[in-house]
Design a protein around this ligand. Structure first.
Ligand code: FCB
Length: 471
């Protein structure tokens, strides 16, 4: 060693440091590959009470949500004067689910599903601040009764992206008192439906709501302000806790959880330490922070160069389950000298993709489940997983691969209790309008006719095999 020139020693030390940093920060599961044949030959491990469902959200399927912030957003334009929704589409009567819910319950039954995740539209139930419309609550009670009468477990989301106009105009979730405002609504809904509904998801994807509405500005209110995004994320997590307490007060037996969107964020270049560090920080900020908030009551967000926040609710462990919405992964690349410091990079050309460009990546599901499971140990419901696939060429394999990956996770001792395919039927996919088709059932919007997609029958087949094994 003594004879090595100093420069060589420095280089060796730097290489060692670089390598160690890579090892510390890279997700050890990054290269995981699950063999499809192995998955297919595995025993099914889903338990007796496993929930097999499909999901929707009120705004996307019901129609006529005229009093909502999204309704207003649909007719707005962005800074370039372009319509907010692709091709200037409007949600209108959407899939007319408000009137056709009975028919739609039969679609669930036809698929042999035993659970339905849907949301209640806040703007219909509380059209003016503090004034509740009994007629809207009556409607949702009828939906719940219809589900129960058909042996289907209702799984209700309280808040799925949309706000009443009065709330949006007051400042929405930028307001410090927003958690209490949402909890008042939660109390009312749970007070009414509580005895008939066991599963409650509080706030759908706080991370997506904050990022799209306040960072990229693609969702209402269309702001591009990182500090506001961090604040809104915090308030949505606080809102979760406030709703959790409100629902538990109405029904201590209720199972209340938070659906988090997990997009696996991987470095665009595995050997580029900057990309690796970026992926680490983005995963932490975007998803891990929400999971850790649930267990500890502490919201700790730190994105170097963008912003930090620290908040303690003093109420740890305010959740009975975690909801996982999993679709795909994103590759991120750090650009130290560009104005936009980090960018998402397209998946490799060899990767299979959905119609919206999302990479089909089943291993991401088990990575996401592991991330949650290792931090909480609580039951996990896969509250959304699905594919935009108009030609229906990929749906069957997508469903089979993801369900069997969840099966593998159960073998690995992760506490997975349910799987909800997104979506029961085609719907208004936010800024994509009606163009992206996720449905188990295709919707012809001219006639509102629902037709089962052939690929969806794979789901039915899996559920029927599971049911047969239990007998
Ligand atoms: C999720 C949303 C859901 C749907 C799917 C495709 O982020 O929760 O409403 O749009 O994406």
């Amino acid at each position: 060693m003594k004879h090595l020139p100093r420069i060589v020693l420095v280089v060796i030390t730097l290489i060692l440091l670089y390598g160690t940093a890579l090892l510390v920060f890279v997700d050890p599961n990054i290269g995981l590959e699950l063999d499809r044949h192995y998955l297919l030959n595995d025993t099914l491990r889903f338990g007796r009470g496993f929930l097999w469902g499909a999901a929707t959200s009120a705004y996307q399927v019901e129609g006529n949500c005229t009093n909502s912030n999204w309704w207003e957003f649909e007719s707005a334009v962005d800074k370039q004067g372009l319509p907010r929704i692709e091709r200037g589409q409007r949600s209108g009567i959407a899939a007319d689910h408000w009137r056709r819910y009975k028919e739609d319950v039969q679609l669930l039954k036809e698929m042999r599903l035993n659970a339905y995740r849907f949301s209640v539209e806040w703007s219909k139930i509380e059209p003016e601040e503090g004034i509740f419309a009994d007629s809207a609550l009556d409607h949702y009670e009828r939906v719940v009764d219809e589900l129960r009468a058909n042996g289907i477990e209702p799984f209700i989301t309280l808040h799925h992206f949309t706000n009443p106009l009065w709330f949006e105009r007051k400042g929405g979730f930028e307001r410090d008192d927003s958690p209490e405002i949402l909890a008042r609504f939660a109390r009312r809904v749970a007070g009414r439906l509580g005895p008939k509904v066991r599963f409650w998801a509080t706030v759908n994807e706080p991370n997506v709501y904050a990022a799209e509405g306040y960072y990229s500005g693609t969702f209402p209110p269309g702001k591009q302000n990182p500090a506001r995004a961090i604040l809104v994320f915090r308030n949505l997590l606080r809102a979760h806790t406030a709703c959790y307490l409100a629902i538990k007060e109405a029904d201590p037996e209720a199972q209340v959880g938070l659906p988090i969107s997990v997009f696996i964020i991987d470095p665009a270049e595995k050997w580029n330490l900057l990309d690796v560090l970026l992926a680490h920080y983005l995963n932490k900020a975007y998803t891990v922070s929400a999971v850790e908030y649930l267990t500890t009551g502490v919201y700790d967000l730190s994105l170097p160069g963008i912003g930090t926040d620290h908040y303690e609710s003093g109420i740890p462990d305010a959740f009975d389950f975690v909801g996982l919405n999993y679709y795909s992964r994103i590759y991120c690349h750090f650009k130290p000298f560009a104005e936009e410091k980090f960018v998402a990079v397209a998946p490799p050309l060899t990767a299979m993709q959905a119609d919206n460009g999302w990479e089909i990546y089943k291993e991401g599901l088990i990575r996401a489940l592991y991330m949650i499971s290792s931090r909480t140990g609580k039951p996990i419901y896969i509250t959304e997983n699905g594919i935009a696939d108009d030609s229906d060429q990929k749906r069957a394999t997508f469903i089979e691969d993801h369900v069997l990956t969840a099966n593998r996770a159960i073998f690995e001792r992760m506490n997975v209790r349910g799987y909800f395919y997104w979506s029961l039927m085609d719907n208004f996919e936010w800024t994509h309008g009606f163009d992206k088709r996720f449905g188990l059932y295709a919707v012809d919007y001219a006639t509102q006719k629902r037709t089962v997609r052939q690929g969806s029958l794979k789901y039915k087949e899996i559920v029927m095999t599971w049911a047969r094994r239990l007998r």
